[in-house]
Design a protein around this ligand. Structure first.
Ligand code: ZN
Length: 503
């Protein structure tokens, strides 16, 4: 380790400690903390954020960082250290233009607002949440403008935080392609799929049995219970403290069998990514997944390419039927497979099938663009939301809870995040096509042997954390740049085969 880097390291370690503590409070708030804790606990979260900020953004670190950019110094750094310096530069770009006081106030705000969102969603009352959302939007605009320095669209700045190289220009192209190809396909499939009786999925399913089966599924796909835990929350999510402590949540409904099963496979995909990061870089600035898009590519790969495949269920479907004999005794495996892949426009993004899913993302993307261009106000959101849902999905949400209030992201200030779900799904299709070419993928699933699949993902993606960008990882893995055609072709191919669209 170079002398200069050695001097820098205590600052980085301290920042990581504050960051981890902050994450732990976040986890607690979403899972166990009592309802009224938020307002008081948010003060602690504010102090921790403040300390995190100060341990990274200060004159000493600034000087060391500057020195480390010199050629002589750079030569002495290992690749991991170089990646950390690159990341630190990015953090400086993100934070340095924001006055510390505003950064702290913003963190306190999002800590309260996420709890306000939970209540507003429960009470179906957008007006209760709107004042908080308005403040968040104001801060986000202000922060993005500090960073854009007049040369960039503020929304492009936010998009770049989640996925480098995917700005408004690239996303407009991707989504235009999706609209052209997927909307007509969804129409065809949903007409054909009306004959599939899925009423079995909405019978009464014992919550404890569901919990147990979900735990089984999670372990089956590779979640390591010695390094991770599962809890319950309003909205399933994954949170990593380091590669030996990765936490996921689930939400179980007594009248929907699929929901919790696919949520747990999805979150397990995120968790497996975080658990597989190399020991050498965990608890450093580059110790997490490389981008939100790449993260989503992994969760969706597990959820869709693996979890919704007939071969995946072949060895374990009997166990599912044995768990719920009354509800599933007359449902054949192929009936179940068609059921879990049934596509029809619906209201809730997290429950959406693979075909309507990208349309949910387009709705959010277009709305976010309008918010940040000043075209619409927060107060107008429910109205615009319902209009867009009608435009793309042909339905109107009966309540705001099933509409504009359904997602937690905005309550955390995560604007620009949603497109990474679509980017991730597109990446997962490209990875899937590649992996099917180089290994007996379906055979592994049939044998219930997911280890070679997981190992390959670990070696090509997970272990690198964020020492490489998602574009580099994808290129090194598949030998090709990002190509959205794989996504569209994957969906066409899958649904044409499953529902015999050409007959
Ligand atoms: Zn996810």
């Amino acid at each position: 380790m170079s002398k200069t880097f050695e001097k820098l390291k205590p600052y980085l370690d301290k920042a990581m400690a504050f960051q981890t503590a902050r994450s732990l409070f976040e986890w607690d708030e979403q899972t166990l903390a009592p309802l009224e804790a938020a307002e008081y606990t948010s003060k602690i979260v504010g102090t921790l954020s403040d300390e995190y900020f100060k341990s990274l953004i200060n004159d000493k670190v600034r000087k060391l960082l500057k020195k480390l950019q010199e050629e002589k110094e750079l030569d002495e750094l290992t690749d991991h250290e170089k990646a950390i310096i690159k990341e630190l530069n990015k953090i400086y770009e993100q934070l340095e233009s924001i006055p510390p006081k505003e950064y702290r106030a913003y963190n306190e705000l999002t800590s309260i607002s996420s709890r306000k969102w939970v209540k507003a969603k429960k009470d179906n009352c957008f007006d209760d949440f709107a004042p908080y959302l308005q403040k968040i939007v104001d801060y986000k605009k202000k922060f993005a403008n500090y960073r854009a320095k007049g040369t960039k669209n503020p929304y492009d700045v936010l998009l770049g935080d989640f996925e480098e190289g995917f700005g408004i220009k690239e996303l407009d192209i991707l989504f235009e392609k999706v609209k052209q190809e997927i909307i007509p396909l969804l129409k065809k499939v949903s007409e054909k799929a009306t004959t599939i009786d899925k009423s079995y999925n909405y019978l009464d399913y014992d919550l404890d049995k569901q919990k147990e089966f979900c735990r089984y599924l999670s372990g089956y796909v590779g979640f390591d219970f010695n390094r991770g835990v599962i809890a319950e929350s309003a909205h399933p999510f994954t949170l990593s403290l380091h590669n030996h402590d990765v936490r996921i949540t689930n939400h179980i409904y007594s009248n929907n069998l699929e929901s919790a099963m696919f949520s747990i496979i999805h979150e397990s995909g995120h968790a497996i990514y975080e658990m597989s990061v190399d020991d050498a870089i965990t608890q450093t600035l580059v110790g997490g997944g490389t981008s939100m898009g790449m993260h989503e590519s992994q969760s969706r790969f597990f959820e869709n390419m693996i979890g919704r495949s007939e071969f995946f269920w072949e060895p374990i479907y009997e166990k599912l039927v044995a768990t719920y004999p009354k509800q599933l005794k007359d449902i054949s495996l192929i009936h179940f497979i068609k059921g879990i892949n049934k596509a029809a426009p619906s209201l809730i993004r997290t429950e959406a099938d693979e075909l309507s899913y990208p349309l949910h993302i387009i709705i959010r993307y277009e709305i976010e663009k309008m918010i940040f261009s000043g075209e619409i106000t927060v107060a107008e959101l429910p109205k615009i939301w319902n209009q867009k849902t009608m435009e793309y999905l042909g339905i109107t949400p009966p309540t705001d809870s099933a509409g504009v209030l359904q997602d937690t992201h905005w309550s955390w200030g995560e604007f620009g995040y949603f497109p990474s779900y679509a980017i991730g799904t597109a990446i997962s299709a490209q990875i899937y096509s590649h992996m099917k070419e180089i290994m007996p993928f379906d055979q592994y699933l049939k044998e219930g042997n997911l280890t070679p699949i997981r190992e390959y993902l670990k070696d090509s993606i997970h272990k690198y954390g964020s020492t490489k960008t998602s574009k580099e990882i994808l290129y090194n893995m598949t030998g090709e740049e990002f190509n959205a055609d794989y996504y569209v072709n994957y969906l066409k191919d899958k649904y044409e085969k499953l529902f015999h669209l050409n007959k």
